[in-house]
Design a binder for this molecule. Structure first.
Ligand SMILES: NC(=O)c1ccc[n+]([C@@H]2O[C@H](COP(=O)([O-])OP(=O)(O)OC[C@H]3O[C@@H](n4cnc5c(N)ncnc54)[C@H](OP(=O)(O)O)[C@@H]3O)[C@@H](O)[C@H]2O)c1
Length: 285
């Protein structure tokens, strides 16, 4: 049985659909969700939709029964999710799973990203529990920049504080395809996978890509962290969210999202989606 948690989410859903496209029989795929109504379409295709909240260890144990390989899509509650990951990992161990794929973050041992400590703690837990982990260190989603791309086409500017830091972003679709490849490999292949786009681009490159696609001038304005936080708050972002974005850009400036890895395109057997392609897709609506 191939089990995917967070299957009602944007990444998890793509993985479940990718498994079906790859020819895995639907009744061998388990989609773990906390609200089955959100996965009615998967149920309609014959996928085993099982309900479990990560905070309910009993439900998680039932949901993971029979799991051979698990994709543990990381939780969304920053700071509180390591315990939730642990609940799922222990259930997978009890089920005798042969491979645990986990959606981690880029270069987590050394990263200054705010999300890195939870990912690192989870990677260590996988090892402590004696599980065979495929650590899918997913880079930033391209989709994190969709609002900035749309705004840049309207206003002619991209604003940030990442300096010349490079971002090896990948689309959720490409990252999901990578997870499908790992889950369906003939033999379980544990290890560290630094997964991102083949090209790593700067925010100035993003501005140039929007300019080319929108047919207008677009400039990147690099602000100080303080100016960036003020600009975000003036645009309506709560203080905590603004600090998260600024902290992310500071980490990007230090190279947190530049890996030089081609593991994703190797896994999926094709080049990853490029910046120019993604920008054109977003602007085409
Ligand atoms: N690489 C990146 O740029 C990036 C960016 C953002 C997040 N992430 C990480 O990647 C993960 C997947 O991304 P995504 O875009 O698919 O996120 P998403 O669309 O928000 O999906 C998150 C999934 O987690 C489920 N979930 C959250 N808390 C749960 C709980 N207590 N019990 C059971 N299910 C729970 C959600 O269920 P519901 O549908 O019921 O809410 C949903 O299915 C995120 O959760 C986050 O850890 C990565």
């Amino acid at each position: 049985m191939l089990t995917v948690t967070g299957a009602s989410g944007r990444l998890g859903r793509l993985v479940v659909l990718g498994l079906l496209d790859a020819g895995v029989p639907a009744d061998e795929v388990v989609a773990v969700v906390r609200d089955p109504a959100k996965a009615a379409d998967l149920d309609g295709r014959g996928v085993q939709v099982r309900r479990a909240d990560y905070d309910d260890a009993g439900a998680v144990a039932k949901a993971l029964a029979g799991t051979d390989r698990l994709l543990r899509v990381s939780g969304s509650e920053l700071g509180g999710r390591v315990a939730q990951h642990g609940t799922v990992l222990r259930a997978a161990r009890a089920a005798g799973a042969e491979l645990i794929a986990y959606t981690s973050g880029p270069k987590v041992e050394t990263s200054a990203l705010a999300v890195a400590p939870d990912h690192l703690a989870t990677e260590r837990l996988i090892a402590e529990l004696g599980l065979r982990g495929a650590l899918l260190r997913n880079n930033w989603y391209f989709e994190n920049y969709d609002a900035a791309i749309t705004r840049a086409a309207e206003t002619g500017e991209v604003v940030g504080s990442a300096d010349g830091g490079r971002i090896a972003a990948a689309t959720r679709a490409d990252l999901a395809a990578g997870a499908v490849a790992v889950l369906t490999a003939p033999e379980p292949a544990p290890g560290v996978y630094e997964l991102g786009g083949d090209e790593a681009w700067t925010l100035a490159d993003l501005a140039a890509a929007v300019a080319a696609a929108a047919g207008r001038d677009v400039a990147y304005h690099d602000l100080s962290p303080e100016e960036h936080a003020r600009a975000l708050e003036a645009a309506g972002l709560p203080e905590g969210a603004a600090q998260f974005v600024v902290g992310t850009d500071q980490a990007i400036a230090k190279g947190a999202l530049e890996t030089g890895s081609r593991q994703l395109s190797e896994l999926i057997g094709r080049p990853t989606t490029t910046l120019a392609e993604h920008v054109r897709t977003v602007l085409a609506g």
